[in-house]
Design a protein around this ligand. Sequence first.
Ligand code: CNA
Length: 322
Amino acid sequence: MYLDKFGVYPEDYKQQEAADAILMDYVASEFEKLTLQERANAIEKVAAKIKTCKKIVVRKFIINYQKVLTGAGLSTAAGIPDFRSPGTGLYDNLAKYNLPQPMAIFEIGFFKKNPQPFFHLCKECFVQDYNPTKCHYFIKLLEQKNHLSVNLTQNIDALEFKAGISRDKVVMAHGTYETATCQKCSKSYSNDFIKQALHSSDTEVVVPKCSCGGVVKPDVVFFGEALPQSFMSTCMSTVIKADMLIVIGTSLAVYPVAGIVDMVPIGIPRVLINRERSGPFLENFATEFEDIYIGGDIEQAAMDLAEQLGWKSELEAEYNKK
Ligand code: CNA
């Protein structure tokens, strides 16, 4: 805004303001071009590395010594909300449950006292049938083409298996929604038991109960519970051998899984595919690791990488098969 000393808005200043607006638009579009160029370079670089690496770890997925580590962002395109995306994430939409704090809904101590809010959320978010995303199928292709060492996932939705990724390639660090256990007598149940209980009333949230009277809780790891044994054993043995780490769709805020990013051998490429930088990728300077960041939408990144690798038609065929 330009005002002269008399508080008038002179014609010259209006012209100046218009010229400034044009300049700002130009700078913004140049900046966008630069960002797009940087992203294209990152896609090219990551595709070239995937071709040569056989031990990729994906954090949510770990690839054949390429490791892939993934989080809730991988499944948002399937319609499952993540925790922390502003507006759409679960943490921004829990007011109706009157919780002491948003995370209480996933805390084991709170669940034992009051399981109702958790099952209310399950009824809204986890009883529908969801389909895997393009990125799930991209990880499947990594396995098919013999690059995937292990797919370490924080997700509990088990969409990896629906996409056809082999069970022995997936470590579900935070458990799974596929099975459930009675909290009193430890009897095992399938997810169908939970679904039936939640579908049994349109108006109420029916807490699933075992014949012994105990609450049947899905086998997902709550805050305050130990991670599955398979996490520590598989994770440590594969992470130290990784020749590439790909991290997808996670804010890297939940430990100990987030710490894996710092456990891979020094010097191996670490890639983050996420809407914003997270964890150690927030530091935008060279480290002993070769860090590459691919911003924007995960589904788009999966398609761009597939195209660069010559896998695009296979990815589309897999995705459209469902
Ligand atoms: P988070 O903290 O919610 O982070 C998700 C990240 O993904 C954020 O940085 C988002 O910006 C990003 N993101 C979301 N959608 C996209 C997209 N389409 N393109 C690009 N980026 C995107 O979730 P974390 O996984 O880091 O947190 C770990 C928790 C979440 C684990 O305990 C999970 O069990 C839990 N969780 C899992 C699911 C699931 O299984 N689908 C759903 C919700 C929460």
